[in-house]
Ligand binder design. Structure first.
Ligand SMILES: *[C@@H]1O[C@H](CO)[C@@H](O)[C@H](O)[C@H]1NC(C)=O
Ligand SMILES: *[C@@H]1O[C@H](CO)[C@@H](O)[C@H](O)[C@H]1NC(C)=O
Ligand SMILES: *[C@@H]1O[C@H](CO)[C@@H](O)[C@H](O)[C@H]1NC(C)=O
Ligand SMILES: *[C@@H]1O[C@H](CO)[C@@H](O)[C@H](O)[C@H]1NC(C)=O
Length: 613
């Protein structure tokens, strides 16, 4: 353990030195906090238009969180095999074998999600202190391996995934002037959180053409509600699970039809796109490389957790995150071959632990470097992004934390030649860095990438002339100028997630505040009423109330409330509109953990509200 730590530290130092040599001193000076010679801005301006002004402090409020020492969390079991493909054949190569073992393995199809039968099984023996190569087969394969010692005790249980490089004999269709797309998502990272915890990635970006979209806002409560608009152009409520079998419902299908290879990977078996009733909201057939069957096999058979909340998982000696990273790396040769649409999403750790992001910084910097070195970056638009900021915990309770929850990270990285080839489109793109934008816009942007001809100057000019249309569309391609007068309503951002307008704090014992808070709790009770196992909730306390100012001409008044309920001490936030009747104008957000209180229900949407009787 201690040795590992020393090695890690040495690696960090070496990387630092490499960084300095490779990129000059510039990024490093940014990482070392020094007193600046010129006065440094204290504020970051996110959006500054006539309809919207969002700014925030550069430094977070003094905040020390009591978290588990995440840097010491490692998988405690041994990694006895690695998956290697040589000359078109897959081999399990064994390592670190300390005892004689008898192993059994099961092969599973990497393509067929529905089939839960194994294709083949077999045995092999391992001798202590020797290495062995066991031939498995060819192509994409999933294999589960279980090894017992002579006392029949399990010494190794793991799942390996073979993802061979493309067959050199198959002549790929060349890129044909297409631009690949990679969505590289890290859950629960706000723009400011990236600023504080990703110095390596931030430094690396200095040397790449990129645009940081400061005005990127969430439109829904959770990952699903923010990613459906990106993937389908529809809101989470509009996505019909029946319709998802539709040929062009999701970007994967759009890109497949456009002649791209496609990939999907998450560091989880129950991905963020899993629909509420457990059914996946998207068809998998057209996805060429899918990590889900691998994660499911791991989750079903070899998973164990290493943190107290049991949210960070391992298989044998690897975290889920490492399995996920390995998947991306093994796809690089494929990305070099043909136009490629990929969607990667990482959520373990970052969703739970405030400082976990810092733990990923180096990993993502090295990943970007691999993509640069393999020249994948020269043909790819990367969206390094998130869905929302941290959704619960101590930091989330602060006013700044509440704001940051609605300001997810969004950085676009693109090849230099894009600016030369499509000057007007890219000028617009860069000018939108401080516009109020949403996942709906990203969908339209990626649809434009599918037909690059639309980005020619002439085409952009004619689109700009017929624009803005009378009715502003919900999604606008970022290759076009986002109209200056766009506000949250026009962008379809619910009030609860909108920080364009000033919030005025009002006393929590105000009569109107209390009336609205009771209404909020009643609304929750309506939701849980059909479920007898859940306690009806009572308003225990109003913790915070803000008045939303819609400007002088408006007759609309809204209150943004934070209340605590009993039993269960749930803390909820929502906005309530005051007119003749009271009206809930946002989803209800739970900002503290429900832990085991909701054991009696399984629907994640219901778990937020249910305190079991
Ligand atoms: C915001 O925009 C206004 C008007 O264009 C300008 O006067 C002001 O300086 C801007 N503020 C910042 C912080 O950029
Ligand atoms: C281990 O299991 C095998 C098969 O189940 C059995 O034949 C054998 O006796 C067991 N060995 C020990 C030491 O329990
Ligand atoms: C995983 O386990 C669940 C229940 O334990 C089962 O329904 C499902 O079919 C399994 N999936 C795979 C891929 O084995
Ligand atoms: C990057 O791509 C452009 C356009 O396809 C090409 O002209 C250029 O040579 C490429 N650069 C490298 C380093 O491969």
């Amino acid at each position: 353990m201690a040795k590992m730590l020393v090695r890690m530290k040495a690696l960090m130092v070496l990387t630092g030195i490499f960084f300095m040599l490779y990129f000059g001193l510039q990024p490093l000076t940014e990482m070392v906090e020094k007193k600046p010679l010129v006065s440094y801005p204290k504020e970051v301006v996110f959006v500054n238009t006539s309809e919207c002004h969002i700014a925030g402090p550069l430094k977070s409020a003094a905040f020390k969180c009591a978290i588990e020492p995440i840097n010491k969390m490692r998988c405690r079991k041994k990694q006895l095999t690695i998956a290697v493909t040589k000359g078109g054949n897959n081999f399990l190569v064994t390592q670190n074998v300390a005892k004689d073992l008898h192993c059994k393995y099961w092969l599973r199809s990497a393509r067929d999600l529905k089939n839960d039968k194994y294709l083949e099984e077999g045995h092999f023996d391992l001798e202590s202190k020797s290495s062995k190569e066991i031939k498995m087969g060819t192509g994409q394969q999933i294999v589960r391996i279980k090894c017992l010692d002579k006392f029949n005790e399990t010494k190794y249980h793991d799942v390996q995934y073979f993802l061979p490089p493309p067959d050199p004999d198959l002549k790929p269709e060349k890129n044909l002037g297409k631009l690949s797309v990679m969505v590289l998502g890290i859950d629960s990272i706000s723009h400011m959180h990236f600023y504080r915890y990703f110095p390596f990635v931030k430094g690396f970006l200095l040397n790449l053409p990129h645009t940081k979209f400061y005005g990127y806002s969430r439109v829904g409560l959770d990952a699903y509600a923010n990613l459906m608009p990106l993937l389908s152009g529809l809101s989470a409520n509009e996505v019909d699970p029946e319709l998802s079998a539709n040929e062009e419902a999701f970007l994967w299908q759009n890109f497949k039809l456009g002649g791209y290879s496609t990939a999907y990977g998450e560091d989880n078996a129950q991905g963020i796109l899993t629909h509420k009733n457990g059914e996946w909201g998207s068809p998998r057939q057209p996805i060429d490389f899918d990590l889900t069957p691998v994660m499911m096999e791991i989750d079903n058979h070899t998973r164990y957790s290493i943190d107290l909340k049991e949210m960070i998982h391992c298989t044998a000696g690897r975290t889920y995150q490492e399995v996920f990273k390995d998947f991306i790396l093994k796809l690089i040769p494929h990305m070099q071959e043909s136009p490629f649409f990929s969607f990667f999403w990482q959520s373990q750790g970052v969703q739970e632990y405030y400082e976990y992001g810092g733990h990923l910084d180096l990993t993502y910097m090295l990943l970007l470097k691999k993509l640069l070195d393999s020249n994948v970056l020269n043909n790819t638009l990367i969206l390094l992004m998130s869905d929302h900021g941290l959704r619960a915990g101590t930091y989330r309770m602060s006013f700044q934390g509440m704001k940051e929850e609605s300001q997810p990270l969004m950085v676009a990285i693109y090849p230099e030649w894009l600016k030369e080839k499509y000057p007007l489109a890219m000028e617009n793109f860069e000018k939108n860095a401080h516009s109020l934008i949403t996942p709906y816009d990203l969908h339209d942007t990626l649809m434009d990438v599918l037909s690059l001809d639309l980005l020619q100057d002439a085409s952009i000019e004619s689109r700009m002339k017929s624009y803005p249309a009378k009715k502003m569309p919900r999604g606008i391609s970022l290759f076009l100028p986002i109209p200056e007068h766009r506000n949250c309503d026009l962008a379809h951002i619910p009030s609860l997630f909108c920080f364009c307008r000033d919030l005025t704090e009002v006393p929590t014992d105000d009569g109107l505040v209390l009336r609205c808070s009771r209404f909020l709790v009643e609304s929750i009770n309506k939701l849980i009423k059909p479920f007898e196992k859940c306690h009806p909730l009572k308003l225990q306390m109003v913790l915070q109330a803000h008045f939303l100012d819609f400007g002088e001409e408006s007759f609309v008044y809204e209150l943004r409330l934070r209340v605590r309920t009993s039993p269960g001490n749930g803390i909820f936030e929502a906005t309530v509109r005051l007119s003749d009747v009271l009206l809930l104008t946002s989803p209800i957000s739970r900002v503290n953990n429900y832990l085991s209180q909701s054991y009696c229900v399984s629907d994640p949407g219901l778990k937020l509200f249910c305190s079991c009787i």
